[in-house]
Ligand binder design. Sequence first.
Ligand code: PLP
Length: 400
Amino acid sequence: MFTQLEMAPADPILGLEEAFKKDPNPRKVNLGVGVYKDESGSTPIFEAVKKAEQIILAQEKTKNYLPINGSPEYAKAVQNLVLGADTPILSAGRATTVHTPGGTGGLRVAADFLKKVKPDAKVWISSPTWPNHPNIFRTAGLAVETYPYYDSAANRLGFETMLNAIQQIPNGDVLLLHGSCHNPTGSDPTPAQWAQIAEVVTARKLLPLIDFAYQGLGEGLRQDAAGVEILAAAAPELLIASSFSKNFGLYNERVGALTLVAENTTAASAALSHLKICVRVNYSNPPAHGANIVTTILQTPELQADWQAEVATMCQRIQQMRRLFVQGLAAEGVQRDFSFIESQHGMFSYTGLNKEQVKTLREQYSIYMVETGGRINVAGMTPANIPVISKAIAAVCNPA
Ligand SMILES: Cc1ncc(COP(=O)(O)O)c(C=O)c1O
């Protein structure tokens, strides 16, 4: 059976990573891969995580299975973080949370759940989006459609076009939105635009599914939740897939969650019973360690303060790199206006560099970025490599 198999297509971003590793140039720069890097180019373990792990190691008494949906303490901590502790949704018991292996696990549980309870609903994803989105929903058997999102000519969110398009989505379909730090473009709706999206969502009776993989990396933990809060206040039902890979640096612990908001407690409990079946047939119950870390940090005021400060440092570093990059390009005499990079959020930016320019940067300057949209990971930049990157971009943008 297996001798008949042809190779499946390789992941384009991981292919870029391979090429980067093989490149012997000592001045090579990797702006492709989607992990946070500090100024020294490493992806460190948070101090708060290390401290939480010490507490867990000293206190844990069993490795017994967790409940199918994870621990109630974790669910509560996630809900407070995502929806805001004071929201009436929580006091009314309208939310339920399933602990999942990463944000990807949360999206896949959402997909299986939707296929089970709303098999004919289509899932509408932004164009462009994280390349795993369509695959996750199609693999679960759901139909996927796209709505326009980015205005490449203006280098910003094409909000009017987006809003017009989502107004045409049939009642009852699922609208997938990025909670903050849109991957790959870095362009997010403003709070006022979120309010307009919420109006359409409620008028058209759409089910919002928010992919919340970068809370805290755009403008701050609560600021980045503005869209979630606005939609949650307006829409009777919604789903939120959280990832703690980036904002706790827990990439390989696989920790995330799917939070479902229903009209009332009874509906939330019924939905949870279906979510649990989706988990049970998939991976049975979640891995404990990452969620123990998140719960310990969020439940311990001192650790929570440490963690918040660490997330703020990451966020500020990304914002600073955006500023320095725009300044660096101007200093190298790049004529094209790249100032839009400063108003984008999170780790990613669509630079608007074309395929040829991206290829030249890789082949002649050992600067690696994703071909589509010239997407860069801003966190791959440092004050030391920005002049190198800027010079190379100047050379490809202003050819002699
Ligand atoms: C938009 C988006 N959603 C979800 C994920 C998945 O996160 P996780 O690694 O927690 O599965 C990512 C990770 O890159 C992402 O960029």
